[in-house]
Design a protein around this ligand. Structure first.
Ligand SMILES: [Zn+2]
Ligand SMILES: [Zn+2]
Length: 256
């Protein structure tokens, strides 16, 4: 069994709200510099830069999972993580069919750049990515699972685009693989503040939009760095394990 320090919520320069420094070589190098050896690329409603980051990490100690931060019809952000290009492309095509046909206003929201593994410009994404897809939370989780992925509601303690804020509860009957808390709360505070979290493992990510936002809080013990192994670890099964590291507690407040 090997240890993996994981950051499972990383944006690239394709997310309009992320800094332009979030290009594949810098995302990879910064993670390695911080001892992080497992990341997931999760741009808003798109996975178009994930493969480039995976290529940039080839031959290094870093594994890159291919993902997306879906915005559901409930305006809830959901991390959808996969191992293979086939899986994420199939998921992308399902999401694309349910996205509104709206253009991005780069002045207002920010630019959306698709880049290659060196960070060079490939194209500008002109569709509005910061929008809800016409897919419900329950259906999204089911579809992600059918493809072999895992689905984790993002930053549940945030005041916007979060499960608890938007729905007021954690809906019964949806098999979330874990719940994510933001950098602004500790797991202890989260469990106190939201007793309904008890049933789920809590992961914590930096929701990385800038290179200095990696947290490196998630510690997995896995045979190999795959989504299936992460799923086992979150369930504490077959010798795989997961816990949050207590290092680098920063800016802990109860605000959003
Ligand atoms: Zn989000
Ligand atoms: Zn995010």
């Amino acid at each position: 069994m090997k240890s993996y320090i994981a950051e499972l919520h990383v944006h690239t320069c394709l997310s309009p709200c992320a800094e332009v420094e979030m290009i594949p070589p810098l995302i990879v190098q910064t993670a390695l510099d911080q001892g992080i050896n497992l990341i997931a690329i999760t741009d808003h409603n798109t996975s178009a830069n994930a493969e480039a980051v995976m290529r940039a990490a080839a031959g290094t100690a870093l594994t890159v999972l291919l993902g997306m931060e879906l915005q559901t019809i409930e305006e809830v952000h959901l991390l959808c993580l996969f191992d293979t290009l086939d899986q994420v492309r199939t998921w992308q095509s399902q999401v694309d069919l349910r996205m509104p046909a709206l253009e991005n206003d780069a002045e207002h929201f920010g630019d959306q750049f698709v880049v290659d593994e060196t960070g060079d410009f490939v194209r500008r994404e002109t569709r509005l990515l910061l929008a809800s897809a016409n897919i419900g939370l329950g259906d999204a989780v089911e579809a992600v699972h059918q493809l072999g992925g895992i689905a984790i509601p993002a930053h549940i303690d945030r005041k916007a685009y979060s499960l608890i804020q938007n729905l007021g509860l954690i809906p019964e009957g949806i098999a979330f693989d874990a719940l994510e808390i933001s950098r602004h709360i500790t797991p202890e505070q989260a469990r106190l503040k939201y007793p309904q979290l008890q049933k789920f493992p809590l992961i914590q990510n930096g929701d990385v939009h800038r290179l200095d936002e990696y947290l490196g809080k998630n510690l997995f013990r896995l045979e190999s760095p795959t989504v299936a192994e992460i799923k086992l670890a979150l369930q504490g099964r077959d010798g795989r394990s997961f816990r949050l590291r207590s290092t680098r507690v920063e800016r802990v407040t109860t605000g959003a």
